[in-house]
Design a protein around this ligand. Structure first.
Ligand code: R5P
Length: 263
């Protein structure tokens, strides 16, 4: 690996342990101002100090982010579809390597929609992005998105396929969903680090901590969560508790105690 890519990845995965707590707040690119993310600047201000990296679009980084020289920048570069349109999976690349370099991004992110009518185009987007980033040592995060088919979110066979396909097309890291007890089959068969999304807000904080703990125990290299953090009434408590799980090996009970301390 080139030193440029290694340096950028060290701002995403904490060098002391190789794990990452990334905050996802790119949802507006397709969903608009969803609950909890109506004002991205406030979400970033509240949580920036507590995460390894932020994942957002260039619109949010350019208008809602005050650089601190510490938090890693993961730039979403696929989109051009919305929840109001006919098909959320019909994405194009929406920013260039020049845009990413201008922003001093540490990685770029693009979704692939395996098993949909648009799997070919979305995988081609990823492959083109990998090729465009290679000369600059810019890491690429593939997001194994499921579109509207929520059943796939919990199917390890689908996730193992999607993650492996992403890695085979050159992704340096993959973001996917947690699929329960068989998640280790997903991490074991993917040659690059896997981080997990949180998905829609779960009923309780404990559910989120259990998911994060189980994912880490089964080989995840961290989290890239959004709604379960900033849709919670205590987002700082959530991110601190999740940080303890990812970076300190905290148990679910430890995480609950940390969450309650921050209230
Ligand atoms: C999905 O394609 C987006 O990239 C989100 O970043 C992702 O869903 C993670 O956020 P959440 O934890 O809210 O699922």
């Amino acid at each position: 690996m080139g030193i440029g890519k290694a340096n950028r990845l060290a701002r995403v995965f904490r060098p002391t342990d190789g794990f990452s707590v990334m905050l996802a707040l790119d949802h507006g690119y397709a969903l608009g101002p969803i609950k909890g993310l109506e004002r991205p600047a406030e979400v970033i201000k509240t949580l920036q100090d507590h995460v390894d990296a932020l994942m957002a679009t260039r619109g949010v980084f350019n208008n809602c982010f005050t650089p601190d020289g510490r938090a890693g920048i993961v730039l979403r570069v696929s989109g051009a579809v919305t929840i109001a349109g006919p098909d959320l999976t019909n994405e194009s690349l929406t920013a260039t390597i020049d845009d990413a370099l201008r922003l001093a991004a540490d990685a770029v992110a693009s979704s692939i929609f395996v098993g949909t009518d648009n799997e070919r185009e979305s995988i081609k987007n990823l492959a083109r992005l990998v090729s465009a980033c290679a000369p600059y040592d810019m890491p690429v995060l593939a997001v194994t998105a499921v579109g509207k088919d929520r059943e796939k979110q919990f199917d390890s066979r689908y996730l193992a396929l999607a993650c492996r396909v992403a890695a085979e097309h050159g992704a340096d890291m993959v973001k996917t969903y947690f699929s329960g007890d068989s998640f280790e089959t997903v991490t074991r068969s993917c040659p690059v680090p896997i981080i997990i999304a949180g998905g829609p807000k779960l009923e309780t904080e404990v559910d989120v901590f259990r998911m994060a703990r189980a994912a880490m125990d089964q080989g995840a290299r961290g989290i890239d969560m959004g709604r379960n953090v900033w849709q919670n009434a205590n987002p700082v408590g959530m991110i601190k508790a999740l940080d303890a799980i990812v970076h300190d090996g905290a148990s679910v009970d430890d995480a609950v105690a940390i969450f309650n301390e921050v209230r």
